[in-house]
Design a protein around this ligand. Sequence first.
Ligand SMILES: [Mg+2]
Length: 230
Amino acid sequence: MKERLIVLMDADDTLLDFVACERSAITRIAQFLGIDKIKEFCDDYHVVNDNIWKEFEQGMLSVEQIAYMRFDRIFDMYDVHADSKKVSELYKEYLSQEAVLLEGAREFLDKSYREFRLFIVTNGITYTQERRFKLANLNRYFEKIFVSEQIGARKPQKEFFDYVKSHIDGYDDSRAVVVGDSLTSDIAGGYAAGLPTVWFNVAHKPFKGEIQPTYETDDFDDLYRLLSNF
Ligand SMILES: [Mg+2]
């Protein structure tokens, strides 16, 4: 009989609806600042945030700078006079209180956790992520939760997956798979770690880059079937 499959699952936009979480946290920031047009503010924040992450990818800014500079920019647009560093801390706090699951995620986990050995592999801040998983009542499905901050390496780095592999009892490369929505962190990381990958593409993003996922799906039922056949 085959050993139970080890499933290394990403969290945001694979199990948790990050866009909904972010929107909810920013709405609370807008309320805190006394903004009238909350919906507009949220939409504008989304654009500002997207642009600033693009600058990050070009190596122009650090993650620490991004955290408060996106608020400096949106404050300029809305003529808000507030301390962007403090607001950024508040945002982090609000975000840690948000854990909206993607549709179908709970049903998938309910039937999967007896069948497979489930692990979370996530890039993020340990405090924020652990709090959100607890809030979403996710812990009972997962044997262990691996967060990049606590490991000191992040997906797609091989070091991240080396750590994960060495901290799973009875780990076996031939019975492991990486599942996630991001080509650059989950799929590239799984590939670098020598593992098969499932690109969970609910958002129907176009394929970009050179590293092909082993499988692609946009649906939890299909994902369950795929994993069952490993
Ligand atoms: Mg993700």
